[in-house]
Design a protein. Sequence first.
Length: 258
Amino acid sequence: MTDDRWRLDGKTALITGGSAGIGLATARELASLGATVLINGRDDETLDRVRQELLEEMPSADIDVFAADVSVDSERHDLIDWVEDFGDGLHLLINNAGGNQSLPATEYTEDQWRALFELNTFSAFEMSRLCYPLLTRHAATAIVNVGSVSGLTHVRTGVVYGMTKAALHQMTRNLAVEWADDGIRVNAVAPWYIRTRRTQSKLADPDYLDDVLLRTPMGRVGEPEEVAAAIAFLCMPASSYVTGECIAVDGGFLRYGF
């Protein structure tokens, strides 16, 4: 007999940035656990293709898609209106949309660094606030924010990316406390190098890859599915007493010593 603590049957999950990488792996994971999965991305064509691929893998899954740029306020509202049309609110919000432009600190234009904050931090804050009424329709709900080890220590991703992720982690802690009485748990994951489209060019450099692996006790790059598994745990009833946490999915990177 299946233990319902480790399932997501009857739960509705919204995943931003869900058409590739960690977001797509999370959509697949949550759908396999029985959740109704609503996937957001920016490109209609890509989203339709992803939906078809997932339904071919899991014909009985309940998956829908909506194109919107969550760094743009009007498009966030369009996305929320679409979710509200389903009529059952939300049980799970995964704030995964993000990006980076890695430059020396003195070379960013104001528009460049502000755009990273809009995408990586402010969009997650606004999505959380917009989804709050939908989440509070149910007794026990959860938000999972996809942060980064760069928000916890220095890595070579640029100062702005680290700032945006550090702010996201602190937002996680604050909302976890503020919304605990409302039955909303708020947690985060902090990946190290994960094999995705965005990291492909960096990891293709043998010298850079060697540096990454030398700082990773497990001696390999992570896979999107490994982050998705941590996100899924934080969504499950099995993690019902976990809130305000940031789980590193990093092969031991943050614990590296000499």
